[in-house]
Design a protein around this ligand. Structure first.
Ligand code: 7PJ
Length: 281
């Protein structure tokens, strides 16, 4: 699949490294900031480590979607993300993804060399469909119930998998009508979902394959893993790998993670077994 100027082979799962450049990020707590300033050198070092470890995409996020996080103005978000995009695009041969719902940033990011728009609001913000269409980039559509500030208050579904895929189906149609694409889909683990909703989505992820689009998953360090293993965010790597392997087995082809090195090894093991199986053991 073509992501801007770069092609990735999605028949092998690809690892997307998370570069959160918010001062209040949910799991890497603003380590890239000092004295209210983003440290570009620190961002580059972190990106470099992820690329060396085998990430083929980097997801740059300038807006925290953590429940209760401070809202950022469009201007602030652009000022955070664009210099990072500029710095990374000349240094690393990977797909740069922007984690944003902001139409202005979609356009500016595309001009600055981004290869993917990753929108947790599935282009529902006013102007987002039109901006993504003129950006001309692939878009990952994610499902969320409610809005980040309130989404974990009382998530409720009759059948979570049916509702997530119904929502995605509508957004895919809206994108096709607006000339947006190519598309990827994501069930949005943790976005307006209880542990049991998240587990149902992971167990039945394969059902989303009916939409016939590449599936991206973001499980890394999330609370659902903490609820299962009882560990703090930074000690959830093993839990995240186990969950991602299940997701790959159920059709996921991009894994969004904070912990790239371990995940790349997990993908290699999973893929080696797949090839053996295809060869007819
Ligand atoms: C996701 C995301 C996810 C996609 C975040 C976090 C919260 N984008 N952005 N999927 N999560 N596509 O990293 O825990 O699950 S921000």
């Amino acid at each position: 699949m073509l992501f801007g100027s770069r092609t990735l082979d999605l028949s092998v799962p690809q690892v997307m490294g998370i570069l959160n450049i918010t001062p209040d990020s949910f799991s890497d707590g603003g380590e890239l900031w000092s004295d209210g300033q983003l440290r570009l050198e620190a961002v580059i070092d972190r990106a470099s480590a992820m690329v060396s470890a085998g990430a083929t995409l980097l997801d740059i996020g300038g807006e925290s979607t953590r429940p209760g996080a401070a809202t950022v103005s469009s201007q602030q978000e652009l000022q955070r993300v664009l210099p990072v995009l500029e710095a990374l695009k000349t240094r690393f041969d990977v797909v740069l993804s922007v984690d944003t719902s902001n139409p202005q940033l979609m356009l500016a990011a595309s001009a600055a060399g981004a290869g993917l728009i990753n929108d947790v609001r599935a282009l529902c913000e006013p102007g987002a469909l039109a901006a993504a269409a003129s950006a001309g980039l692939p878009v990952c559509l994610m499902h969320m119930q409610g809005m980040p500030t309130t989404m974990q208050k009382k998530p409720a579904y009759t059948d979570v998998v049916e509702e997530v895929s119904g929502f995605l189906r509508l957004r895919i149609k809206a994108c096709k009508n607006s000339g947006v694409g190519p598309l990827l889909i994501d069930p949005g683990f943790g976005f307006g979902k209880t542990l049991s909703h998240n587990l149902a989505l992971l167990a039945r992820l394969r059902e989303l394959q009916a939409l016939q689009l590449p599936i991206l998953v973001g499980l890394s360090r999330k609370r659902m893993l903490g609820d299962i293993v009882g560990r703090p965010e930074k000690a959830r790597e093993a839990a995240g790998i186990a969950a991602a392997v299940l997701a790959m087995q159920n059709g996921a082809c991009i894994i969004r993670t904070h912990d790239v090195a371990g995940m790349v090894d997990a993908v290699k093991v999973w893929h080696a077994v797949l090839l053996q199986e295809r060869a007819g053991s």
